[in-house]
Design a protein around this ligand. Structure first.
Ligand code: FES
Length: 139
């Protein structure tokens, strides 16, 4: 291999790995503890600073809440409890997976793969004074 060709290939490899790192960074989820006020859970909006998804731990529910940013002002929140037999789901990017029997759900809680056939319970989400307000009223 000639020197010029070697440098060119190294450049492409470096560019590819930088791009892969950037894409992985933007998909990373973070765990955040939500603040309970009455029937709502509050999370600072800047928890999403460089994230598309966060996992909200809370003392009200037995399972965490998976919150995804759909747009700058639109969010979805679903309970991380599998609708098949109640195991806790794991987040892999925008997919929620159940280790018990393999069900998969998208970031809005829609079943993508069984054996589960019911979608995940979702919660209304609103922005209030730089906080994300997740309503647990109907739980
Ligand atoms: S408990 Fe999740 S697939 Fe069975």
């Amino acid at each position: 291999m000639k020197r010029k060709e070697f440098i060119k290939k190294c450049g492409y490899a470096c560019l590819g790995s930088s791009l892969a790192m950037f894409l992985l960074e933007s998909c990373v989820t973070a765990n955040v503890t939500g603040k309970i006020v009455n029937t709502d859970v509050f999370v600072p909006l800047d928890s999403f600073k460089d994230k598309k998804y966060i996992i909200v731990e809370n003392q009200r529910l037995q399972f965490p809440i998976f919150v995804s940013r759909i747009s700058k002002t639109e969010f979805s929140a679903v309970l991380m409890e599998c609708s098949h037999q109640g195991a806790e789901l794991q987040a892999f990017g925008d997919t929620l997976e159940c280790a018990a029997h393999g069900s998969k759900f998208d970031s809005r809680g829609i079943v993508k793969e069984g054996p589960a056939y019911d979608n995940l319970p979702s919660f209304p989400v609103r922005i209030k004074e730089n906080q994300l307000k997740i309503s647990l009223k109907n739980v």
